[in-house]
Ligand binder design. Structure first.
Ligand code: PHE
Length: 485
């Protein structure tokens, strides 16, 4: 059963913020966010994304940190303790299982993408990216994927580094590594932005990211923004909850969550400012899609003075951002193995790492010898992405807000969050009504039950939100009751 030793805590005042920001800032910010912005029309997408982070991301993150700190355990154990304390059924710990599984499965394909970043760093250094056209770049990317040995080597390297860090423990491994990787990453990003300012295309990039053109936003973009808010803040995957379980009792959860969300958003926007100038300066298409940083960007760098140097800087930064995230994805599992099964950190890390290696290697093969191994039209790699981002994350997010908003004793979370009336009321309204409705809309759309056209349906959605909130609060004056706490 669960051990009773007091749980280890972050050593430094900034331990949690750095580690959680390290978790949040990753391939999602530097790889996905810029190409999503490119695909969904720029400024309008950015604005909606910011709204999703504030209205859904931050409240959910606060709930997760509070659950972790109150329960002081891996997601499974923490949730079980907190629901038991509230006199509710332990079945809610299923949510913890789901989160743990979600983090682990994300990592199974994340190490492959992180492997791309490491291999591109190698290519930048060795001059392997010398190409004359986008077509050449596409060929290089394809060749990189075509060899299972090559691709496998890089994803294995990422797996090994991740496990070495995690195996060294919360303070000596995670906290220590994020302590230099995060500042290092930000410095490199700043250098890249300054480079962008002087090498042309910067004004265009600014306009692209920050000029709001409502006409360019599609419903698809909106849903993508909402889904991405979960991914980029590492929610519903056990990462934030487990990191929260190491948070000292006197830290303010609201302030901490807000700091992490702001830092994550700033890095995403800064990544846009580092990437798009090069793209525009070379007359390339910002809506290139997933290949943006692996094909267009290296080509753009080549055409610029000192391009190789900055290319190396870019892929070093990307690789570090990926590592500080992958570490957090497996921490829930490792902490569960330690708490529950009494394994040492090192044994837990290598045990989890071995399974991870097997699944991620199979996922990596989707790009070469396993190209035909599909199930219902998807490779393992695509399945992992689809299952986690379309199902486990939204479901886990929904479970978390329902748990926090309706199931747990109100005084308990209120005490843990340490909020007073206006802030607390706002948080409660968000987790009870705004977040669940937002998540349900993602589901309705993902399941193809109905096409959600925000341009047409927004008055209905808004009316629905108001009605549900009013009915919810008037039928049982929960809000009043929980405010009295
Ligand atoms: N937030 C990370 C990124 O943006 C991804 C991540 C998801 C990390 C889930 C941990 C847990 O890349």
């Amino acid at each position: 059963m669960t051990t009773t030793q007091p749980r280890i805590q972050w050593l430094g005042r900034w331990g949690f913020v750095l580690a959680a920001t390290g978790s949040a800032v990753g391939l999602g910010n530097i790889w996905k966010f810029p190409y999503m912005t490119g695909e969904h029309g720029g400024g309008a997408f950015v604005l909606v994304y910011l709204a999703c982070i504030l209205a859904v991301g931050v409240p959910v993150m606060m709930a997760e940190i509070a659950l972790g700190r109150r329960g002081r355990g891996s997601p499974v154990d923490a949730i079980r303790r907190v629901v038991t304390e509230s006199g509710r059924t332990g079945a809610w710990s299923l949510l913890g299982w789901m989160a743990m599984l979600c983090g682990f499965l994300i990592l199974c394909f994340y190490v492959v993408v992180a492997g791309w970043s490491f291999s591109y760093l190698g290519k930048m250094l060795s001059g392997g990216l010398a190409a004359g056209s986008v077509d050449d770049m596409v060929a290089i990317f394809a060749a990189n994927n075509a060899s299972p040995w090559n691709l496998g080597l890089w994803s294995t390297l990422v797996t090994v580094i991740t496990m070495v860090i995690v195996g060294k423990g919360v303070q000596g491994g995670i906290e220590r590594s994020v302590g230099w990787m995060m500042p290092g990453m930000v410095v490199m990003l700043l250098i890249l932005i300054v480079y962008g300012v002087f090498s042309g295309g910067f004004a265009e990039a600014l306009g692209f990211l920050f000029i709001f053109d409502a006409g360019s936003l599609s419903s698809e973009g909106l849903l993508a923004a909402l889904g991405h808010a979960f991914f980029t803040l590492s929610l519903a995957s056990g990462a934030i909850l487990t990191y929260g379980s190491y948070l000292p009792a006197d830290a303010s959860i609201a302030r901490t969550a807000l700091t992490v969300a702001v830092a994550d958003t700033l890095v995403a926007l800064m990544a846009g400012l580092a990437i798009f100038p090069a793209i525009f300066a070379n007359g390339m298409d910002p809506g290139e899609g997933p290949g943006l940083i692996f094909m267009s960007l290296p080509l753009a760098f080549q055409a610029m003075p000192l391009g190789t140097l900055f290319g190396v800087l870019f892929f070093t930064m990307l690789s570090m951002a990926a590592l500080t995230s992958s570490v957090s994805m497996v921490e829930a599992t490792v902490s569960w193995l330690c708490d529950r099964h009494g394994l040492s950190r090192r044994a837990a890390a290598w045990g989890a790492g071995s399974l991870l290696w097997v699944i991620s290697t199979l996922a990596m093969l989707s790009f070469n010898i396993g190209a035909d191994w599909t199930l219902a039209g998807r490779h393992l790699f695509d399945w992992l992405d689809y299952l986690t981002s379309r199902w486990l994350m939204p479901l886990g997010g929904l479970g978390t807000v329902l748990l926090a908003g309706f199931v747990l004793r109100a005084d308990l979370l209120r005490e843990e969050l340490g909020l007073v009336a206006p802030g607390y009321t706002l948080w409660l309204l968000m987790v009870r009504y705004v977040s669940p409705l937002g998540i349900l809309v993602i589901f309705v759309d993902a399941l193809g039950i109905a096409e959600v056209e925000f341009g047409v349906h927004w008055p209905w959605l808004l009316a629905m939100l108001v009605v549900i909130t009013l009915v919810g609060e008037l039928s049982s004056p929960r809000l009043k009751r929980s405010l009295r706490g």
